[in-house]
Write a protein that binds this ligand. Structure first.
Ligand SMILES: *Cc1c(COP(=O)(O)O)cnc(C)c1O
Length: 345
């Protein structure tokens, strides 16, 4: 019998389905640096239309789309306000300093979500030469390190107001925005109205092998395209992967709720185990749990791996599981069986 392997390290581990592969193989392509790849152009038009935004730029990764936004919005010496758990701050290789010569005001929010009041209190005095110039606010929805937590859209609107009153740019790292929308019922257009720029990932819950999209005004996207080229991110027959993106936007959004249901089951199973101190509220497809103080995340991760289940450590006692398109109800049943017998060494 084939050894079972259930990879819940991330929702980036999915492989294209046969239908997605068919879309890839049959894609019409051209040279995107010349602007004539029809599939890339269609994907960018489609995404911009969904969000009611002027333009879009298809990029290799979510790090690239976030960093382009920061690079275009910020001048050297600027400051970005975000939560201390943010991907842009923790997991993008110091890109804010490296690409935009800017600093970060990392706030301590509620599982990665900051409030309008916190933003208001963190804006520097533009007339004080000691302080970096506050230029942009970046929110993440859902918050990866917050355990897939969802923003309250009313709070986002309050933050938008603070930004408008203080001439700040509001950016969204929406790597998993569609996971949030699947639960709240808000629309991409609501988000398109609230933010100046948005980054979404196709390579996470939407199941594409590669790709992220940056959204914003024509002028912003034009500038981003220039920086993308300078970063070495201009690509040629990218239509093969854009075709996967088009397929995903058409077919893989509705099903995200299944991932959430399975994540909630995992969260419930884990919360009953005596080696688990706390499971963060499971709102979407991410389960983050804190182990009891005498159990190390690394040991838990390797015990799970011995049973064919792969997860990752997010800290000394913190572990993350992420459900996705390749994780089925059959896998969930196996997971439950495993949980009933597991011993952490
Ligand atoms: C995955 C992710 C990104 C982008 O990551 P890439 O691996 O560069 O595509 C950005 N923000 C969040 C919250 C993410 O989870």
């Amino acid at each position: 019998m084939k050894q079972i392997r259930i990879d819940l390290r991330s929702d980036t581990v999915t492989k294209p389905t046969p239908q997605m592969m068919e879309a890839i193989v049959n894609a019409e392509v051209g040279d995107d640096v010349f602007g004539d790849d029809p599939s890339v152009n269609e994907l960018e038009r489609k995404a911009a239309g969904m969000f009611g935004m002027e333009a879009a730029l298809f990029c290799a990764s979510g790090t690239m789309t976030n960093q382009l936004a920061i690079r275009v919005h910020c001048a050297p010496g600027s400051e970005v306000i975000c939560d201390g758990l943010s991907h842009i701050y923790l997991y993008e290789g110091g890109g804010i300093a490296l690409n935009a010569f800017s600093s970060v005001r990392a706030l301590n929010g509620n599982r990665g979500r900051i409030s309008s009041k916190q933003v208001e209190e963190s804006i520097n005095d533009a007339n004080d030469v000691h302080q970096p110039t506050t230029r942009m606010v970046s929110l993440e929805n859902t918050v990866n390190k917050g355990g897939g937590s969802i923003y309250d859209f009313n709070e986002i609107l309050k933050i938008k107001k603070v930004c408008e009153q203080n001439n700040l740019i509001l950016h969204l790292d929406g790597a998993r925005l569609f996971n949030a929308l699947a639960e709240t019922g808000e629309s991409p257009k609501d988000y398109g109205k609230a933010f100046k720029s948005i980054s979404i990932c196709l390579s996470k819950g939407l199941g594409c092998p590669i790709g992220s999209i940056l959204l914003g005004t024509d002028d912003f996207i034009k500038k981003s395209r220039r920086f993308r080229k300078a970063m070495g991110g201009g690509w040629r027959q990218a239509g093969y992967i854009a075709a996967a993106g088009i397929y995903a936007l058409d077919n893989n959004i509705e099903r995200l709720k299944d991932d959430h249901r399975r994540a909630k089951s995992i969260g419930q199973m884990l919360s009953r185990k005596n080696f688990v101190k706390e499971v963060y509220p499971t709102e979407t497809n991410i389960v983050v749990l804190e182990l009891q103080k005498n159990i190390l995340a690394a040991d838990f991760v390797s015990s799970m791996a011995e049973n064919g289940i792969f997860c990752i450590s997010l800290g000394e006692h913190l572990v993350r599981f992420v459900t996705h398109l390749d994780f089925t109800d059959e896998h969930l049943a196996y997971f439950e069986k495993c949980m009933n017998s597991i011993n952490i060494k």
